[in-house]
Design a binder for this molecule. Structure first.
Ligand code: NAD
Length: 263
């Protein structure tokens, strides 16, 4: 039996054609990727005080010290009390229309949430892929240890003498204090570099290194900033369109437009 070999240029054509065809097919079926980058302003209309601006309980002279890592050694009782109160407030809060609109986008887009928030309102609204850069107040870890392997879900107050069952160390909330390492830098850098659209919502963009992660957004991505007030251009890590107003109005309007764009 004889086999004919195709001349090289014909093989090349066949090869190229099959790649082009599969690329066209892939771009038709590929769902566009949206990254939501959220901050405390997203949960403000759920009744959780933001860190900056308004009547905040976080950033007063008296309370700001509960956010520094040294406080655990200096005043463990005060530290636990302050965050026990924050946990109780966050457990009572319900997701708002903006959290829900973000979760509903998953019908039509691949949505990944990178949040600075330590509440669980994205989860409660139904979002599935959520990275908490600053940890979660509804989780604990042992004092002096860091990482997912030490994390326990936790809903009640934490007391002095409340020990981690495995390491027998004092428990603390699994939140990132000033001076501590944030979670998920590599994963969030990758998500931002690969996305088609970024929606930055309810953040003052002054907390580092979180804000600077946005410098790695894919250069062709569409970028939107949703904030109740205009942000000075100099503070924007990457150029984008500012949508001014409360998150519960602006986010559902924007997600509605993004859904329409696919129809
Ligand atoms: P921030 O408090 O520094 O800034 C909040 C931003 O949201 C401001 O720019 C403000 O203009 C805007 N904003 C306020 N109300 C809004 C609304 N209704 N709609 C749209 N925008 C609104 O918040 P940040 O940048 O996230 O930094 C604060 C840090 O404190 C975070 O790292 C976070 O871990 C922590 N924190 C978390 C929570 C929470 O989990 N809900 C609450 C307070 C503080």
């Amino acid at each position: 039996m004889m086999y004919y070999q195709l001349p090289p240029f014909v093989r090349q054509l066949h090869h190229d054609y099959s790649i082009e065809k599969s690329q066209v097919l892939q771009s038709k079926i590929r769902r566009r990727k949206i990254v939501i980058f959220s901050g405390a302003g997203l949960s403000a209309e759920s009744g959780i005080s933001t860190f900056r601006g308004g009547a905040t309980i976080w950033n007063t002279e008296q309370n700001a010290r509960f956010l520094d890592r040294e406080i655990i050694e200096e005043d463990l009782v005060g530290f636990l009390d302050f965050h026990n109160a924050r946990r109780r407030e966050m457990l009572e809060a319900k997701p708002n229309a903006a959290h829900r609109a973000i979760a509903e986008l998953e019908d039509q887009y691949d949505v990944q949430v990178i949040t600075q928030n330590i509440d669980q309102l994205h989860e409660q609204a139904g979002s599935h892929e959520i990275l908490h850069l600053h940890g979660s107040i509804q989780h604990t870890r042992p004092v002096g240890l860091y990482g997912e392997q030490f994390r326990l879900p936790w809903r009640k107050d934490i007391g002095v003498g409340e020990l981690d069952p495995k390491t027998h160390r004092q428990l603390r909330p699994d939140i990132v204090l000033f001076g501590e390492q944030i979670y998920g830098i590599d994963d969030s850098t990758r998500m931002l570099a690969q996305c088609d659209i970024v929606i930055v919502v309810g953040t003052s963009l002054v907390v580092e290194p979180a804000a600077s992660l946005l410098r790695g957004v894919h250069p062709d991505a569409e970028v939107y900033y949703v904030n109740i007030e205009h942000l000075p251009d100099i503070r924007l890590p990457i150029a984008g369109r500012q949508l001014i107003g409360p998150a519960t109005e602006q986010v559902p309007l924007l997600t509605h437009q993004l859904r329409q764009a696919l129809q």
